[in-house]
Design a protein around this ligand. Structure first.
Ligand SMILES: C[S@@+](CC[C@H](N)C(=O)[O-])C[C@H]1O[C@@H](n2cnc3c(N)ncnc32)[C@H](O)[C@@H]1O
Length: 659
């Protein structure tokens, strides 16, 4: 130990002088000669202690950065990567930095600095504003081959590749991601998984294969994201699931069965919702005659016999190399823990990983739940699974039922109302307002915004399903740069609008009023049939095509008119106790137009339109309107036809398409 007089000591360590801020390899000597030469030995000794404590505290608390915090501080990627590079060069550690981000970001950074540090195909962007979605696995083979590689062959790369800090960076990437590497399947399969999840929530059809993939993924969450033995997923019972305990922002599940030592792990609200979706929407289909009590069921209805193989199959499905054993991932976690945590924390890690059989006896249940959550949160720093939830993912999460945090979130949105065009609050604002500093509410807020934007986009397409390009144009017009649905997703979600929406849709009201309907043309078919209407663009089933324009009279008046026409229906359309009379051409209100509705032909055998009654507020008045909806997808050039509900007599016996 160095003493205050600066005598040589075996324990002399470099510490910064807190007065001149310079590093000193012999601080007592430095203080005596420079910064505290007029002070007493006791004062210098106290200063040395203070400086040492300061060094120690700094190392404990400040040498490691969380990549997510850097993202919050520096949303702009270039600035962020410059800081990341600088921090790494200065020997800081950065946790939660997905290696995929390294590759892509480094590539960009390399561009900035005219280096050719090569990174293989990035599969997912990572920053929140950069829409995190996992793409297909890189064709380049093994996970490690996809880790950052610094090229040494390129001529222009010399400055960077020979820079030892870059090489150090490369090593760092490889060494810090051994756990996250093993979790790659969770990232790669997540988009597909969430797609099934959303479908389950809205009760859309999901194929059996996709359901199986979903179950494999849930098993992988338990084993790869929560480091549990496969036996835990195999042995977990419905009873144990039902009795899960909410604890803070997480949910704790205790599993005790003969297959494996007792285990307890904690899921985030999102993960809980995923497993609940399996439980509610997939598992019931697999329950066999035996009514097995296991939470996860094989498709034959029995308990799972080999979760390791299931996870392996999940890797096959996404063309990823076979996963390492769950034993290995737990070992990797322990190694990380050795580097990062104190001794007592490491002991808790061991318990969390289920290595100890006496966990259940050591604390009461609540205490255990609390410890489990603390441990799980701590272990999050080891993993980079789900570091960023994209808007779409967050929307799914926001829609998901959760037994935790709902109340808190309503306070959050009261404080930070969700708006279609606003921004979620920064971390500082969240913390200042008394909310947790993690991203849970932030992500959920973005999820709600995403849902609002989705609704907004869908509301624009009441009359007909647009093309992806048209949706894209609207998104661009709104000026959204992140957290918005893909046009293809909007198209997939599109469905014919319900009556009350149609009746209040401004675009439809306008077309009814002006009689300008797009995508239609009147064509002369000649002969007895005369004129008809053809599509000049493709329509989708459910699209509103046009109305039957005419004068509204009573059905009795309509029947009188028919008698005058020898029972021919002509241009009269009956509905309920009413009739629309379109005999007069041109009509008084549109003297220069040949309106489409009255020209549409009849077909009982093969109609592609259906007439429906609506009450629209046209020019300030409620108006009974007959709108035509497409009964099927209609291709360009197809003749439009609806069932007049008439017989041969009404066509003077010449109806071609009559029964
Ligand atoms: C509402 S109008 C349709 C437009 C009419 N074709 C025109 O040229 O103005 C109804 C009349 O069209 C003719 N029509 C409609 N559908 C037909 C069909 N499938 N075959 C033959 N004539 C048809 C009948 O003469 C019928 O009375």
């Amino acid at each position: 130990m160095a003493d205050a007089n600066g005598k040589k000591s075996a324990d002399r360590r470099i510490a910064h002088c807190l007065r001149c801020h310079k590093p000193q390899d012999n601080l007592p000597k430095h203080l005596k000669r420079a910064c505290m030469k007029r002070c007493t030995p006791e004062e210098r000794a106290a200063e040395v202690q203070k400086a040492k404590k300061s060094s120690k505290d700094w190392i404990w608390a400040n040498r490691s950065w969380n990549y997510n915090d850097i993202v919050a501080l520096l949303p702009h990627r270039r600035c962020r990567m410059a800081l990341v590079k600088e921090l790494l060069q200065r020997g800081f550690f950065i946790n939660n930095m997905p290696y995929i981000a390294h590759s892509a970001d480094l590539e960009n950074l390399a561009g900035d600095t005219a280096t050719t540090a090569t990174a293989t195909t990035p599969t997912a962007p990572v920053a929140p504003a950069e829409a995190a979605t996992s793409g297909p696995p890189s064709p380049e083979g093994s996970v490690s081959s996809r880790l950052l590689r610094l090229s040494s062959s390129s001529s222009s790369s010399d400055s960077e590749t020979s820079d030892p800090s870059w090489q150090k960076y490369g090593r760092l990437v490889e060494s810090t991601h051994s756990v996250s590497e093993r979790q790659e399947i969770l990232r790669v399969a997540k988009t597909d998984f969430l797609d099934v999840y959303r479908r389950l929530l809205v009760k859309k059809n999901v194929s059996n294969n996709r359901k199986t993939m979903y179950r494999y993924y849930c098993e992988a969450v338990v084993v790869l994201a929560h480091y549990q033995r496969p036996g835990v997923a195999e042995g977990m019972t419905v009873q144990e699931w039902v009795n899960r305990v909410p604890e803070g922002r997480r949910t704790v599940i205790a599993v005790s069965n003969q297959k494996t030592p007792s285990a307890q792990f904690s899921l985030t609200a999102e993960e809980e919702a995923w497993l609940q979706a399996y439980y509610e929407h997939i598992r019931p289909d697999d329950v066999g005659i035996g009514d097995c009590d296991s939470f996860f069921l094989s498709t034959k209805g029995g308990p799972l016999s080999n979760v390791t193989s299931d996870i392996s199959r999940l890797h096959d499905m996404f063309k990823l190399p076979k996963v390492a054993s769950s034993q290995e991932i737990r070992r990797a976690v322990e190694t990380e823990a050795t580097l990062r945590f104190s001794e007592s924390q490491r002991e808790s890690v061991t318990h969390y990983l289920g290595h100890s059989t006496d966990v259940a006896d050591r604390h009461n249940r609540m205490q255990m739940a609390e410890n489990t959550v603390t441990m799980a949160v701590r272990l999050d720093s080891v993993s980079d699974f789900s570091p960023h939830t994209s808007g779409q993912e967050a929307a799914a999460a926001a829609a998901a039922p959760s037994i935790t945090r709902d109340k808190e979130f309503s306070d959050f949105v009261e404080r930070f109302p969700v708006s279609r065009d606003g921004q979620p609050p920064y971390k500082k604002e969240r913390v200042d307002a008394g909310f947790p500093e993690d991203r849970f509410f932030y992500d959920k807020w973005r999820g709600c915004q995403y849902t609002e934007r989705e609704k907004y986009l869908l509301s624009h397409f009441t009359q007909r399903k647009q093309s992806a390009m048209e949706v894209g144009r609207l998104i661009k017009k709104e000026g959204w740069v992140a957290n918005y649905p893909k046009p293809e997703d909007i198209l997939e979600k599109w469905c014919p609008a319900p009556k009350h929406i149609v009746e209040n849709d401004m675009a439809i009201l306008k077309s009814v009023s002006t009689q300008r309907w797009k995508g239609l043309a009147i064509k002369d078919f000649g002969g007895e049939k005369g004129q008809g209407v053809v599509a000049t663009r493709n329509f989708t089933k459910g699209d509103i095509i046009c109305d039957y324009h005419g004068k509204l009279i009573t059905a009795a008046e309509g029947r009188l008119l028919m008698q005058d026409m020898q029972d021919e229906q002509g241009y009269l359309l009956f509905f309920k106790n009413h009739c629309i009379d379109a005999q007069t051409f041109p009509c008084e209100c549109h003297p220069n137009l040949d309106t489409f509705g009255r020209r549409i032909s009849h077909s009982r055998k093969d109609p592609n339109l259906k007439s429906l009654h609506y009450v629209l507020r046209v020019d300030g008045e409620d108006k009974d309107v007959i709108l035509f909806r497409a009964l099927e997808d209609i291709k360009v050039d197809t003749e439009l036809k609806f069932d007049y509900g008439v017989n041969r007599r009404s066509f003077r016996g010449v109806g071609l398409d009559l029964e």
